[in-house]
Design a protein around this ligand. Structure first.
Ligand code: 5GP
Ligand code: MN
Length: 661
């Protein structure tokens, strides 16, 4: 099962337990006075959570300076909160209590606004107004107050206490995990509960008849409360928050009053039916009892309005509009391909994402961008590239997991053979992955190509090839969104995607006229991407040697006016003189295009085993056709090829190609 599905089930169960807790408290209150009830409940829960915490090693020590927060928070909740809630249940129905207490998440932003200067949105306020209307409908049933004023007042104090608790909680350092916080909060609160119980309720407690069945049933309800509401629900809720984030997890709070109302209804109906069975004279069907126990329609409507108000307050209109815009991006990838890819991913056990030789920002961005999503979906994924990437990409999230084939060939062969789904990303021919080529060709795995180079020439089951997009990374973002995972795209994934889009467009200076690119960027920024920082990390971390090499290149550059071209040649000896490292020549080939009348630029680099040629051009001038003459290819304005001839022969050929086109 998907992690998300599990999280949703956990959150629903938590809400059912909490929704039922009002009814269980109500039942136990018939025998136990309020402070006694809560003291027992919290003691049991503290013991259980303490054991869970010790066994799982989650329980951490609290530092002395943090105790003041624990005391204050524990006084607000559990102490004041639970006491008021329990006491209120002596005055109002469990459903009303549940509805009123659902105001806590609603009012918190308002208090956070006044005390912590946090932002409050129009939707927050609107939601509260709608919910208040709903509550009025419930408690002012038919113009008459159906609930006791004292009960409502107590619930209101409980709401305030809980808000104070939430606000104090934010002061508690994040290094304490939730289990630690709640465990110590429970323990601390006993300092308040036990004296209250002794002072206020001792005579009542002494008078409890322990021989009566009812007492033990009520005690059972308290144990049930401790285990279900205070332990299991709490652990499930924390799990849900971690899995899908607090905002989405809190949405589930909204179903609580509904759960209470429905459970109260069912219990009411069962009670009526049992009573009917006992006095055999009345012949009443269970269905009649269900009808009789039904709440007033105005109450049902009130609950619906309250819940609607809660949804409104959590709505983030800006986010929704952005999400809509992302959904509305042109559907350039065929629907069939999305469906097929989705099926391959669902059925795959081991997924391999491959990028091209001399990995650039786009091949790393595309592979890693998808890597993070597939990981999140619980897949076994590996990113593999033929050789090492430049150091200025080493900050990219997940790059430490990238498999560099050249550095461990035997293991790489094994990984490729084991894969049952292979993605070919940011390349259009297997000549671009060197040693991986024969292995990918022979592999029986399903294959998906995601690329933006012209004329793909790889035998794949799904070919997603769009030369019109800025980068393979952009295509991956579109691919993930089309599969319905926009929400799931993490910050890590977003950072990788942005890097690929940025590097393949020279910081959005070419191939970047499509307005949709900027909708995607907006979406990535909303995910938390720091684009300025990424620019600095990629473009402003060169070595001194590399900058001097650039100066040397510009000096050495040869201009051929007849064909508006510039050539820069770097021999092995020159590279060594400048301590050449992978990536050092990146970007240099673009510079001669800054000269008026130069619209073609070529960098010829003598590598250890062959000569590498990088072509760049502007506007309508195509250089991929020129690169093809050197066994390579690429895009119209950025291409590359190789030569195994001598430097003199290579340059001769290059000049001919430049002149003849
Ligand atoms: P660079 O000049 O930055 O190495 O490469 C620019 C673009 O040209 C790359 O994105 C890639 O599409 C293409 N390219 C570079 N070298 C080769 C090559 O040897 N073969 C092919 N087919 N394309 C290349
Ligand atoms: Mn690319």
């Amino acid at each position: 099962m998907k992690k998300q599905t599990i999280a949703i089930i956990a959150l629903v169960i938590a809400q059912i337990f909490w929704g039922a807790s009002y009814l269980m408290s109500d039942f136990a209150l018939k025998v136990f006075p309020a402070a006694t009830l809560v003291s027992i409940r919290i003691s049991i829960a503290a013991v259980v959570l303490g054991i869970v915490g010790l066994v799982t090693g989650q329980l951490k020590k609290i530092e002395f300076r943090d105790w003041k927060y624990f005391l204050l928070a524990a006084f607000a909740e559990p102490f004041v909160y639970f006491l008021c809630e329990a006491e209120a249940l002596n005055h109002v129905s469990p459903t009303i209590a549940s509805v009123m207490l659902s105001f806590i998440p609603l009012l918190t932003p308002i208090f956070a606004f006044f005390f912590l200067k946090e932002k409050v949105t129009l939707m927050n306020v609107l939601g509260i107004v709608v919910s208040v209307v709903g509550v009025l409908m419930i408690i002012l049933d038919g113009g008459e107050l159906s609930a006791d004023v004292l009960g409502i007042l107590l619930l209101f104090i409980a709401v305030l206490a809980s808000i104070v608790y939430t606000l104090v909680l934010r002061k508690i350092p994040e290094r304490y995990n939730t289990l630690t916080v709640v465990f110590f909060m429970f323990c601390t609160s006993l300092l308040f509960f036990v004296p209250t119980m002794l002072v206020r309720e001792l005579p009542q407690v002494m008078a409890i008849d322990w021989a009566a069945d009812n007492t033990w049933n009520a005690f059972g309800a308290i144990v049930g409360l401790a285990l279900s509401a205070s332990c299991i629900a709490f652990l499930f809720f924390s799990y849900g928050v971690r899995a899908i984030g607090p905002t989405r997890a809190n949405v589930f709070n909204n179903i609580q009053p509904g759960v209470t109302a429905i459970l109260a209804w069912i219990i009411g109906a069962i009670g009526l039916y049992q009573a009917a069975l006992q006095c055999e004279a009345i012949d009443k069907s269970f269905f009649v009892c269900v009808k009789e126990a039904a709440p007033e329609w105005i109450m049902i409507l009130g609950i619906v309005v309250v819940v609607a108000g809660m949804f409104i307050s959590q709505m983030n209109v800006k986010q929704q509009i952005l999400k809509f815009k992302v959904i509305m991006l042109s559907k350039i990838i065929k629907e069939d391909y999305i469906v097929q890819s989705r099926r391959f991913i669902d059925n795959a056990n081991k997924i391999l994402l491959t990028g091209h030789i001399s990995p650039d920002g786009d091949s790393l961005g595309a592979t890693l961008g998808l890597y993070h999503l597939l990981k999140q979906l619980g897949k076994d994924v590996i990113v593999m590239v033929p050789n090492r990437y430049p150091a200025f990409f080493s900050w990219m999230p997940g790059i430490d997991k990238v498999f560099v084939m050249e550095e461990n060939k035997t293991e790489a062969v094994k990984v490729i053979k084991e894969a049952d789904l292979i993605f070919c990303m940011d390349y259009n021919t297997l000549d671009r992955v060197n040693g991986m080529k024969p292995l990918i060709e022979q592999s029986k795995a399903k294959k998906i190509l995601i690329d933006h180079h012209l004329d793909p020439n790889i035998n794949c089951d799904v070919v997603i090839s769009h030369p019109e997009v800025s980068s393979a990374s952009e295509l991956v973002f579109r691919f993930m969104c089309r599969m319905g995972f926009y929400q799931e795209v993490s910050l890590e994934s977003a950072e990788c995607i942005y890097t690929g889009m940025m590097t393949d467009t020279g910081g959005f200076t070419y191939n970047s006229n499509n307005p949709e690119i900027y909708i995607i960027i907006k979406a990535l920024l909303e995910k938390g991407v720091d684009k300025d920082a990424i620019y600095n990390k990629v473009f402003h971390t060169y070595s001194e040697d590399r900058l001097r090499l650039l100066g040397y290149c510009l000096n050495k550059m040869e201009i051929i006016p007849e064909c508006n071209a510039a050539i820069i040649v770097l021999t092995q000896e020159e590279l060594q003189r400048f301590n050449y490292k992978v990536g050092d020549t990146e970007g240099i080939v673009n510079m001669p295009l800054q000269i008026e009348n130069v619209n073609k630029s070529v960098l010829v680099r003598e590598d250890k085993t062959q000569i590498k040629l990088s072509f760049r051009s502007q506007g309508d001038v195509a250089v991929n056709t020129m690169a093809e003459k050197f066994g390579g290819g690429g895009h119209k304005n950025a291409a590359g090829g190789e030569s195994n001839q001598s430097m003199a022969e290579t340059l001769d050929k290059l000049r001919r190609v430049l002149i003849n086109g």
